[in-house]
Design a protein around this ligand. Structure first.
Ligand code: FAD
Ligand code: DLZ
Ligand code: SF4
Length: 507
């Protein structure tokens, strides 16, 4: 029996389902670098380097274990540059008895996998991806018959089920949620820690040269590339976070600071999403830090909530709502994506900072994604699909299963509330409270109208006025709509006109 085992670019875990039962004497592992995967969105240069370098290191690690790996490099002359045609070519070359693959991370690729049996004339076994705490079916069971899907309840079930931060059947510390403690702005004198970054080795440098040559026009810079590309380095990155970031992760989870893109965040999503780390071991490391007294409970629970809560929830949710979710546009938003999302050229300092760190590091942390670039897209009425493709392109950790629900569901409310209970709309006051951006901005965050007023201020109210029919009944927006009810028709019209004027001038 000869089995062709397929490993996709984000399946770089030695214990992944497709490798279980591998017979080194007869089986072959196939890995493919193909243009199709490198061009479905115009990926940030660092994302391409990260994926291809990690794939090459992973192939080498398998070979060291005595596994036969067939590796199709991007510049191999015979490369046909799509996953399906490479599968077909490999099947003809090796004449296996069957194919084995782990379920892929996104709908687009799943459709390809579904075609492989007909394409090759061979049986294809698709194995569940057990690198998550919960399977797709587990989420579907939970979601069945529920009027509303909310992360908090799924998270509690998974905590119970997996015994994470639990004590005698109760949540550790007596509460499920310590979010109220986790919204502090960063004091001016607090210096974020230096974070461990990894100098590119020879393999990564070769991919960097390839990317500079083949993807020269893509967004972003390679200068600051420092992502872990091996399991060993990913484990070092985890240890660095537990030590340097986790103790203050909770307190400053929502804080933003100019020139400090990382703060106390984990920087682990690229490694997690590639499979170099498992969510389980990451949560275990955080829980162990709490048990040893190295990190407080609000930090550890806040962090575990991101992984066992949000990450698992968006994974299950994505498969629950696809296909079709990609076309949702509940707020009927149609504006094209402004150029500054690519160039960073805007007088709005918060947006300049967020786009700047995105270009330089292929990273910005959650609150920048949600409350700066996401909030602007929401208030400006940018077409959901355009902003969604932008997020999928520009971050080192971006894969559709995690990016799409976060963008369409959480940032721009394109699903009308299926994923989140309210739109995360905010005026400049929120950004001012949580960051030091406004002090150095050309606009004045305290001014509500006029040429120097912070655009987020009038865009926020204009958004609520424009969307009144759709949003006024949302109980979580009752307060701003009560305020709006006290405004005269003239004031509302002037706010709309000011917002339209600003948006009309955007390129
Ligand atoms: P931390 O803030 O330190 O969090 C720890 C871990 O929790 C992360 O590594 C990540 O695995 C997980 N996590 C945190 N928040 C979320 C979330 N909302 N959904 C899922 N997992 C979460 N995350 C991605 O991994 N890929 C994406 O493509 C992506 N796109 C996003 C798009 C938008 C519009 C928004 C608002 C969020 C997006 N996120 C995405 C979620 C989150 O912003 C990133 O996971 C986080 O910023 C990664 O940095 P970190 O590792 O330092 O995370
Ligand atoms: C993201 C990515 C990139 C840039 N390149 C490849 C590649 O050349 N070969 C490959 O197998 N996978 C790549 N990937 C990851 C795939 O796009 C990934 O499997 C899907 O996004 C499904 O999650
Ligand atoms: Fe952003 Fe407004 Fe603050 Fe400027 S004043 S940084 S635009 S929130």
């Amino acid at each position: 029996m000869r089995v062709l085992r397929i490993i996709l670019g984000d399946q770089l875990s030695t214990d992944i389902a497709a490798l279980k039962g591998l017979d080194p004497a007869s089986d072959i592992v196939l890995m493919m670098e193909v243009m199709e995967e490198n061009t479905y969105v115009p990926h940030h240069k660092q994302k391409i380097v990260l994926v291809l370098s990690a794939m090459r290191h992973f192939a080498e690690a398998l070979r060291q274990r005595g596994v036969k790996v067939e590796y199709v490099a991007l510049d191999a002359p015979e490369n046909t540059n799509s996953l399906s045609s490479e599968i077909q070519r490999a099947a003809a070359r090796h004449r296996p008895d069957r194919l084995v693959v782990t379920e892929p991370g996104e709908w687009r690729v799943q459709e390809m996998v579904n075609s492989w049996q007909v394409l090759t004339g061979l049986p294809v076994e698709v194995r569940g991806d057990d690198r998550f705490f919960a399977s797709r079916a587990r989420f579907a069971d939970w979601a069945r018959g529920r009027q509303m899907l909310r992360m908090e309840y799924y998270y509690r079930e998974l905590r119970r089920e997996h015994g994470v931060l639990m004590a005698q059947g109760q949540p550790a510390g007596g509460e499920w949620n310590f979010d109220a403690l986790n919204r502090k702005p960063l004091p001016a004198r607090t210096r974020p820690p230096e974070r461990l970054r990894f100098a590119p080795d020879a393999v990564t440098r070769a991919v960097m040269a390839l990317v500079e040559q083949r993807f020269a026009a893509n967004f972003g810079s390679l200068d600051a590339f420092g992502w872990p590309v091996t399991r060993q380095d990913a484990l070092r990155a985890l240890a660095d976070f537990i030590d340097a970031g986790l103790p203050r992760f909770g307190d400053y989870q929502d804080a933003m600071k100019a020139g400090a893109p990382y703060l106390f965040h984990a920087l682990l999503s690229p490694a997690l999403n590639l499979g170099l780390l498992s969510p389980r071991e990451v949560c275990e490391a955080a829980e162990a830090a709490w048990k040893s007294g190295a990190a407080p409970l609000n930090a550890v629970e806040g962090f575990v909530r991101q992984i066992l809560g949000w990450r698992e929830y968006v994974h299950g949710f994505y498969w629950h709502v696809m296909p079709g979710y990609e076309d949702r546009n509940a707020l009927a938003a149609t504006r094209p994506l402004p150029e500054f999302y690519w160039t960073g050229e805007t007088d709005m300092r918060c947006l300049r900072e967020a786009v700047g760190s995105t270009a330089r590091y292929a990273y910005s942390h959650h609150i920048q994604r949600l409350m700066v670039t996401g909030n602007f897209a929401l208030l400006a009425g940018i077409a959901p699909r355009e902003i969604e493709r932008w997020y999928l392109a520009v971050y080192a950790d971006a894969y559709e299963w995690v990016e799409m629900p976060n963008t369409l569901g959480m940032a721009v409310f394109a699903d009308g509330g299926q994923m989140a209970s309210k739109p995360y709309a905010a005026s400049g006051a929120y950004i001012n409270r949580m960051s030091d951006f406004c002090a150095g901005c050309r606009y004045d965050v305290k001014q509500k109208t006029g040429p120097d007023a912070c655009p987020f201020n009038y865009l926020y109210w204009a958004f609520l006025i424009r969307q009144e029919n759709r949003l006024a009944q949302n109980p979580r927006l009752a307060m701003p709509y009560r305020t709006l009810a006290g405004w005269s028709a003239e004031r509302q019209a002037a706010t709309l006109a000011e917002a339209e004027g600003f948006l009309g001038r955007l390129k």
